[in-house]
Design a protein around this ligand. Structure first.
Ligand code: MG
Length: 203
């Protein structure tokens, strides 16, 4: 399986990192070794001093497809949760400065934390999904799918014009503002529509 991630999909977050608003989705991938299951421990990579949490809505692919039209895109995902796209921000800034790929900043082991999935059919309104990240019990990020620059059907359609989506792939849809540093000893928890679906310990 692979992780396909969207960057810069919430205007407030684009602003906080001083990035330009994208005219098409920004995508990158993570390897399967980035997977960190709910209740797992993230071991911070030694080459970074500034790993950030990024809470995101995530979707699991249930059907193989390519060149998917937006109006059929939701047939290709059937589960939803929250995940954390852990990012070595210092390394990413260096890569950006040099015009190099972000891979080293995004793809370390455990960098894709994945909450417990719930059926997408449990969600009444895909355009009004609230989600939150807490760091040691303090709220740090609050998002709503209504604020996405590119919505889920368009993200799925866009990705599928570049690479085939396969069953089991997981799509990260971008983070709202409020990203910040995580340090050893942290407990990070993620909520979707008030339901706690993710808890990660950081070491
Ligand atoms: Mg992200």
């Amino acid at each position: 399986m692979k992780f396909i991630c969207i960057g810069r999909n919430y205007a407030e977050h684009v602003k906080e990192l001083n990035n330009p608003l994208p005219s098409e989705p920004v995508i990158f991938i993570k390897p399967d070794t980035a997977l960190l299951q709910n209740k797992g421990t993230l071991y911070l990579p030694e080459y970074s001093n500034n790993v950030h949490y990024e809470i995101e809505l995530i979707f699991k692919v249930c059907l193989e497809g390519k060149f998917i039209q937006p109006q059929y895109a939701l047939k290709y995902v059937n589960q939803i949760s929250v995940g954390i796209d852990f990012t070595a921000r210092d390394v990413q800034e260096e890569c950006k400065k040099k015009g190099l790929p972000w891979t080293k900043a995004k793809c370390f082991n455990g960098s894709a934390a994945v909450g417990d999935f719930i059926p997408l059919s449990d969600i009444d309104d895909l355009k009004n999904i609230t989600f939150e990240l807490f760091q040691n019990g303090q709220i740090k990020q609050q998002g709503n799918s209504a604020m996405m620059l590119f919505d889920v059907p368009n993200i799925i359609s866009y990705i599928s014009t570049i690479m085939t989506l396969k069953r089991g792939d997981i799509i990260f849809t971008g983070t709202p503002s409020g990203v910040g540093r995580t340090v050893p000893g942290d407990i990070l928890t993620g909520y979707l529509l008030g339901r706690k679906l993710l808890e990660i310990q950081v070491q």
